[in-house]
Design a protein around this ligand. Sequence first.
Ligand code: C5P
Length: 224
Amino acid sequence: MKKIVIAIDGHSSCGKSTTAKLVAKEMGYAYIDTGAMYRAVTLYFLQNYIDFTNQKRILQALENIHITFERNPKTSRNEAFLNGLNVEDEIRKMYISDKVSEVSVIPEVRHAMVHQQQKMGKRRGVVMDGRDIGTAVFPDAEVKIFMTADVITRAQRRQRELLEKEEMVPLDAIIENLKKRDLIDSTRKESPLIQAPDAALLDTSYITIDEQVDFVLRKVAEKI
Ligand code: C5P
């Protein structure tokens, strides 16, 4: 069967990664969480006191950043590694969410990440989620989905995820973070978050995960 690229873009915390993972499992495809890559870069910048405006330091830092994904056999989850160290839990914390969009606007960071993502998906057979997959990373993706949901639903989801990791964050702070990230992500100069003209819109405010997955799989069935 023909292998394709499935691009899932959209706003923060609207269920992209949950949907993408399940679609990947169903298709036997690789799943690539591009947000994790920007989060890992942010972690590295913070740990190494990289000034977000110092282009020379940023370029040097990017040379030293190696991001990989490995399957954890215990959880069956793909986890992010930064220079060989498992950073899956650390990069989901609120202090990373607070800074990640500032790092993601840096053109040098975007070029490096997009290049890696294109290499990861060059044999196709991937589900990639992010903000610019259908517009910049794989503009030729066979299936493009643009996901959104109302901000309260998204914040509640995010709060539950953080609680599962024993981080208690008030809903207001999460709403503020989501709104701030959406604004920075959709107004940046370099590959902003926008719905590709050929992407199907999926609003997940009032539907179940199964319905989200079905929606994507139906789009896939039209293409293969
Ligand atoms: O998907 P997640 O919420 O983990 O992404 C974190 C941040 O990474 C986003 O808010 C955005 O700033 C950035 N990002 C991006 N391009 C992508 C994926 C994520 O700019 N393809």
